[in-house]
Design a protein around this ligand. Structure first.
Ligand SMILES: Nc1ncnc2c1ncn2[C@@H]1O[C@H](COP(=O)(O)OP(=O)(O)O)[C@@H](O)[C@H]1O
Ligand SMILES: [Mg+2]
Length: 489
């Protein structure tokens, strides 16, 4: 073997300390679970009066260590690299544990290695089956307590009975699971680990008292999930990890969260649906139609419309009919894309269209041509234009609308800025054709109602109310100053 390198044991120890010493307890369990085992027993017992603990892990893998030198060789080709179903890869974990030991012995089928007083020594004693790690590790009592609480979170493989300090670790029945193609890393023939994508199962576990949500790799917690995920997520293949197993890439988390949302949206409620991870995942283009629809159901309920800039009256009518109006700023642009793609909410104007008298549904003009106006219609139009222009102090065009369609076809008149259209087809509309003096009061009321829309569309708004009052006052003033304007014929 090439002897270029030496390893600074204390420097190596600091790598593990950065992760927290509980990591040592997980590393050895992890190595055992990667073998063909049915029974794994771990003991971690503080040593009285000293910041030390006795750590022991024993398993029953018939083969034991394939190569005993791997117990002390960093970065030797780990035979687990090519197997996505195994956790190990860098041939580093065991050495990190040894680095925080004052002394240790590994006994296996191939022999025994002692680590003691800056020496490494091999001896011939060997086991029939399985391996045993025994060591004294440098940990405080508090670190032992922490390690034992982390161990409780583990999700041991069903086929392996695992005990810690004599207590059997319970198998966690997943709440549910789903399959998803996720980034992983697998070594090819040349032994180089390469990033790749692979379909795998992801199990969801309920958190127990006091636990923070964690990402697990094959039953072992690796990093805390900090975007409000309500469950532990256990990925059933190698998760791409940094060398010290301390972190995963943002792109891995992104894919995992999209998969989670698409597969588990039915488990969400109004509170859990507000979490950051959902804001992120539901803005991705891979968010499914079902998931975004379910999210809007939770957030706004089934009666909802999107605020319609092109039909402001429709927004008011939707609200009056008990619909939640969703404003542009309530969702991110990615989320809006998904809402549109899924048809998860439609603009208010589609559900509550405001009648547009200008055109019929087939796009034809619906105005009564001036040549068809009766003499009474001419008189009426002239009256409304004269009085209307004096009231709003700007030009007013008056038309008649012949055929109405759509949900509000019986409207009496409509107003768009500078344009008043009377609906000849509305109930009792005969009066427009045969307009006479007796109808003037009704016509004045209609005029005030419509002209007030020059200020505001919403009948229930303060602005509209003020406009009505103002127009009434102006009408009186006009009548006193210019009574001639009201003369009908
Ligand atoms: N309990 C065990 N039984 C059999 N072999 C083991 C055991 N623990 C460790 N080994 C061997 O020692 C090697 C080194 O372990 P480790 O340093 O944790 O690296 P890794 O798990 O990344 O391969 C493993 O690849 C494995 O071959
Ligand atoms: Mg390992």
């Amino acid at each position: 073997m090439n002897n270029w390198f030496e390893v600074d044991k204390e420097g190596l120890a600091r790598l593990l300390e950065r992760r927290g010493k509980h990591f040592a307890v997980l590393e050895l369990l992890q190595n055992a679970w990667d073998q063909s085992v049915t029974q794994v027993n771990e003991r971690l017992e503080p040593i009285d009066g000293r910041p030390r603990a006795w750590l022991q892990v024993e398993d029953d893998d018939p083969a034991g260590f394939k190569d005993l030198s791997h117990a002390f060789t960093l970065f030797a080709d780990s035979n687990k690299k090519a197997d996505p179903g195994k956790r190990g890869r860098f041939n580093l974990g065991e050495k990190l544990v040894l680095a925080i030991c004052n002394q240790a012995t590994i006994t296996t089928t191939k022999g025994t290695i002692h680590f003691e007083d800056s020496e490494r020594r091999a001896s011939r004693s060997r086991r029939e089956r399985g391996s045993l790690f025994e060591g004294i590790i440098r940990v405080t009592r508090a670190e032992v307590v922490e390690a034992l609480s982390v161990v409780k979170m583990l999700a041991p493989p069903r086929a392996v009975q695992t005990t810690v300090n004599g207590e059997i670790l319970v198998h966690h029945e997943p709440l549910t699971s789903f399959s998803e193609t996720l980034p992983t890393e697998i070594a090819g023939r040349d032994g180089t680990l390469r990033p790749t994508q692979r379909k795998t199962e992801v199990k969801l576990y309920e958190k127990r008292d006091g636990e923070e949500s964690h990402l697990f790799e094959l039953g072992i917690p690796i990093v805390e999930l900090d975007a409000g995920e309500p469950w532990h997520l256990d990925v059933q293949q190698k998760v791409p990890l940094t060398l010290d197993r301390s972190n995963v890439t943002p792109s891995f988390l992104r894919k995992l969260r999209i998969g989670l949302l698409n597969q588990a949206y039915s488990l969400l409620d109004q509170t859990t649906a507000k979490a950051d991870w959902i804001q992120q995942a539901s803005a991705e283009k891979d968010c499914s139609n079902e998931a975004i629809t379910a999210l809007l159901d939770l957030k706004y309920g089934p009666k909802r419309v999107v605020f319609d800039v092109s039909d402001s009256e429709a927004n008011n009518r939707a609200a009056a009919e008990g619909h939640v109006v969703i404003y542009g700023g309530s969702l991110s642009s990615g989320q809006w894309e998904d809402v549109r793609k899924a048809g998860a909410a439609c603009p208010a104007g589609q559900l509550f269209p405001t009648a547009r008298p200008e055109f019929s549904p087939d796009g034809e003009s619906c105005f009564v041509p001036i040549s068809d106006w009766t003499p009474a219609m001419r008189v009426l139009a002239g009256y409304l234009k004269r009085v209307g222009e004096a009231l709003i102090e700007k030009q007013l065009q008056v038309d008649f609308f012949a055929r109405a369609s759509g949900p509000n076809k019986s409207f009496g008149a409509s107003y768009s800025p500078g344009r008043l259209t009377l609906n000849v087809a509305s109930a009792g509309a005969g009066r427009y054709q045969d307009f006479n003096d007796a109808d003037v009061e009704e016509v004045d009321a209609l005029l005030i109602h419509e002209l007030a829309h020059d200020w505001a569309a919403n009948h229930l708004s303060d602005d509209y109310h003020h406009a009505l009052c103002l127009l009434a006052a102006r009408l009186k003033k006009l009548a006193l100053e210019n009574p001639e304007i009201f003369r009908i014929r």
